[in-house]
Design a protein around this ligand. Structure first.
Ligand SMILES: *Cc1c(COP(=O)(O)O)cnc(C)c1O
Length: 377
């Protein structure tokens, strides 16, 4: 069977329209019609034709089609690509139109998108703890695991069983641990989403999101809806994302290993930094058996720590040489973020760490110096 690294480089060979080895950057919004194929829109049986022969880039364009070939294969379903992770989430909620959405700790942008639907359509929202009591046929459960900003895991199978016993569907946001780290389908969820802005993009220079479903009819409708939600990925971004995918496996595996090594170091040396370091959160520190089963290919590259004081949270990023103080995650450059800067609901002393592709020992040295500096001050 063809392996991930090969798929990332060759799944879209069949979509190549030119002899160029690297995909050309297409920025055209419109494409000439084929004079030998002048079939009016209302006589078309399905919309696949526009992927073979692009018409207008809001509908489909060559590099987005290439991306969907790769994502459909590596994410094992029908992949629909969007111009951001939030618009991928929004498209799923619009399509499934649940009366009730059950949503727990998760990316604040997805919660805000759900609030728009609540405001416009009256969709009710409940925490995940209320599934057993209130979920009904057709409702939607949104689970993010590993979860932002902590990097800790929830038991997918447990929530899937509960959701299905109520006739509800489960969507899993697997942004923090894309395959080969975690394959969500093994735990019987119904829809998978990723913010491709993060690990798939990997260079902090593009926005994109992807929804994956198993049912071809659902995929077809989502693709048609996307035309009129106006949320297809942009042309230049799709080129950038294609380029990123070629090296995705190397990056994510390195980031996963480095993060696990850093968390191990911090955990084993907590007492050295007892005036600074309060709590440490990461899936590698969880002992429940489901965690290892879900994260078969390695732990996610994001973890969090809380410091003793807010003042230390302001100082900590200033003491670091290699970690930029910025939001987002998943890029080749390591980042730290005092989460209070962007998340209004979060613990005020929480620092999120996104591990990049630098040398692991350089990163550990950097963190050691910053923590020691605060410990001694
Ligand atoms: C970033 C992120 C999103 C939103 O993605 P955008 O591409 O920024 O719209 C959704 N879920 C998670 C877990 C994220 O980290």
């Amino acid at each position: 069977m063809t392996q991930l690294a090969t798929k990332l480089i060759h799944d879209d060979d069949k979509d190549n329209r030119v002899s160029d080895v690297a995909p050309p950057i297409n920025v055209s919004t419109t494409f000439r019609y084929d004079n030998n194929d002048l079939i009016p829109w209302n006589e078309r049986e399905d919309l696949d034709f526009m992927e073979r022969r692009p018409i207008y880039s809001r509908l489909a364009h060559p590099n987005a089609t290439r991306l969907e070939s790769i994502f459909s294969d590596i994410l094992d379903g029908h992949a629909i690509i969007y111009n951001s992770g939030v618009s991928a989430f929004y498209a799923a909620v619009v399509f499934f139109k649940p009366k009730r959405l059950f949503i727990g700790q998760s990316y604040h942008g997805c919660r805000a998108a759900a609030n728009i639907i609540t405001r416009t359509n009256g969709m009710e929202q409940y925490p995940l703890e209320d599934i057993a009591q209130y979920a009904q046929e057709g409702d939607l459960i949104h689970l993010e695991t590993p979860v932002n900003p902590y990097g800790t895991s929830f038991d997918i199978n447990k929530i899937a069983q509960l959701a299905h016993s109520k006739g509800a569907r489960l969507i899993v946001d697997s942004t923090f641990a894309p395959p080969p780290l975690q394959n969500v389908w093994e735990f019987s969820c119904d829809i998978v989403m990723h913010s491709a802005t993060k690990y798939f993009g990997g260079h902090s220079d593009l926005l994109s999101g992807v929804i994956v479903v198993k049912d071809p009819q659902v995929a077809k409708q989502l693709r048609e809806d996307r035309i009129y939600l106006g949320t297809n990925i942009a042309s230049l971004e799709s080129y950038l994302l294609l380029r990123s995918l070629r090296t995705f496996e190397m990056r994510i595996l390195k980031q996963s290993q480095t993060a696990t090594k850093i968390v191990k170091f911090l955990n084993e040396n907590r007492s050295r930094y007892n005036k600074v370091l309060d709590k440490l959160y990461h899936s590698s520190l969880q002992s429940e058996p489901f965690v290892r089963k879900q994260l078969k290919g390695g732990y996610g590259p994001v973890f969090s720590l809380s410091l003793k004081t807010k003042e230390q949270c302001k100082q900590f990023p200033l003491k670091l040489k290699y970690f930029h103080h910025a939001t987002s995650l998943g890029g080749i450059e390591s980042l730290v973020e005092w989460r209070a800067m962007t998340d209004p609901y979060i613990d005020q002393t929480l620092i999120r760490v996104s591990v990049g592709c630098e040398d692991p020992n350089d990163l550990i040295e950097d963190l050691k110096n910053a923590l020691q500096n605060l410990q001694d001050s």
